[in-house]
Design a protein. Structure first.
Length: 215
């Protein structure tokens, strides 16, 4: 099958290209200037560079946009507890509170992650990213355990801004005393999934996928 891939920053477009090649798909890349990694040119049979503002005119040219995770379904978080340890009662309360906060913020396209401690929102992820947010939050809670809650933007599609959890976040969670990670099932990419869960188990961290509330 033939696909066109709009490539932004990070590892996401590279993973999508690798998956497409394994499935035998023919992919043309539309790369965002000053965003997409240069490696996409070497990996894709055809690569065209455009500005971010030109994306909205693709539909006018008969190019239909699809879910950006369509080539990466095996990497999406599933529903339920994914680690050996289940969240405790206090962790569940923090996660439930964090989901209400994060979903409200996502309605304004603000942040994708929040750090919660004892049913209080300690920090909201801004442009610094999840790891920096956790370190900022840890400086405010005096060693008390935290929960990390990550949600997707409140859109029915996943064309842009797909939440991603990577292996590098686990050591930061351990460093900052973050004991549980809650993500949206079917709407969050888990990179290096097996190693991610192994590291979480080794660090006694609980990871749970929950159903999304799309508005």
């Amino acid at each position: 099958m033939r696909y066109g891939l709009i490539a932004g920053n990070g590892r996401f477009p590279l993973l999508a290209l690798e998956s497409a090649q394994k499935l035998g798909h023919d992919v043309t890349v539309i790369a965002i200037q000053e965003e997409a990694p240069r490696e996409v040119e070497a990996m894709a049979p055809r690569c065209h560079w455009i500005s971010l503002g030109q994306i909205q005119i693709l539909e006018d040219e008969g190019i239909h946009l699809r879910d950006s995770t369509s080539l990466l379904k095996p990497l999406l978080a599933n529903e339920g507890v994914m680690t050996e340890r289940k969240p405790g009662k206090d962790e569940v309360r923090d996660v439930d509170y964090g989901r209400r906060v994060a979903n409200a913020l996502a309605g304004f396209d603000v942040g994708q992650s929040v750090a919660i401690c004892e049913r209080a929102c300690v920090a909201v992820e801004a442009m610094e990213g999840t790891d920096a947010m956790l370190r900022r939050a840890a400086s405010l809670v005096n060693g008390r355990p935290m929960a990390l809650v990550k949600v997707a933007r409140r859109r029915e599609h996943l064309l842009f801004d797909v939440p991603v959890v990577g292996l590098d976040t686990i050591p930061v969670m351990r460093e900052t005393g973050t004991t549980v990670l809650a993500v949206e099932a079917g709407r969050t990419l888990m990179l290096d999934r097996d190693r991610l869960l192994e590291a979480a188990n080794a660090g006694d961290i609980a990871i749970v996928g929950q159903g999304a509330n799309v508005a």
